[in-house]
Design a protein around this ligand. Sequence first.
Ligand SMILES: O=C(O)C(=O)C[C@]1(C(=O)O)C=C[C@@H](O)C=C1
Length: 273
Amino acid sequence: MIYALGPQGSYTEKAARIFAKLISGKVRLLPSIYDVFEAVTRKNLGVVPVENSIEGSVTLTMDLLLEFPVKIFGEVSIEIRHCLIGYNMEKIRKVVSHPQALAQCRKFIRERGWEVESVESTSTAVQLVARLKREDVAAIGPKEAAELYGVPVLMEDIQDYENNKTRFILIGHQEIENPLRCNGFPKKSSIIVELKENKPGSLYRALGEFANRGINLTRIESRPSRKDLGLYYFYIDYEFYPRDDELMEALRKHASFIKHLGTYCVIEGDLRV
Ligand SMILES: O=C(O)C(=O)C[C@]1(C(=O)O)C=C[C@@H](O)C=C1
């Protein structure tokens, strides 16, 4: 079973259906990213958003990747085209959506002086607007959700930048085998590192291990360690390197903690399902 952030009509559902097609799996939708991680610890698969091209990291996903015993099994990116979904353009006073979606339309909302309210997903927002049936409350979300819940689309493509994409990952319990075959798709790896020392050049020297081997980093992010201000976990994604064990051995000289999240394929191409 593949659990994903729902309810029906979410962008995450679209991503989950791409993975489901590749591994002949069934999709079940849950109300929050947290619920998906919990379902994955019961030896299931899950699909969650991880990064957006406008707004950056989905921080809850980043933090739960550290906390839960999970691995990344695959990745897919989807074009995000937000719609304004509601009943009356002139009467709107408040918009509801997932915080990532609200942030991706920040300028659009600000120019109109609307209030914002966060909910667990874009499709939850559309469901809420359908239930409330109030002219002063609209949702930001996918067209599919508007059609599904029978709420009119008032405007399309309202994101602040035209090119809006979100990366989603297929995750699984650490103890299960990755069901996804790469079949020519490019591969990459993800790790979380905590440095041994907080000294000039500590991060530089750790990153030197990648540079010396000619490994291309595709992303580096930091998240607070929650031990003290100024202490971080570094999340590093890099293109496939065949001698990964040797690389980890070298990194251990610089790191007090390393969590290897997996080597997995990046699904590309025609993403329609
Ligand atoms: O899947 C959804 O519909 C969500 O609400 C989540 C989410 C996200 O967290 O990034 C997914 C894609 C968009 O970037 C906006 C929101």
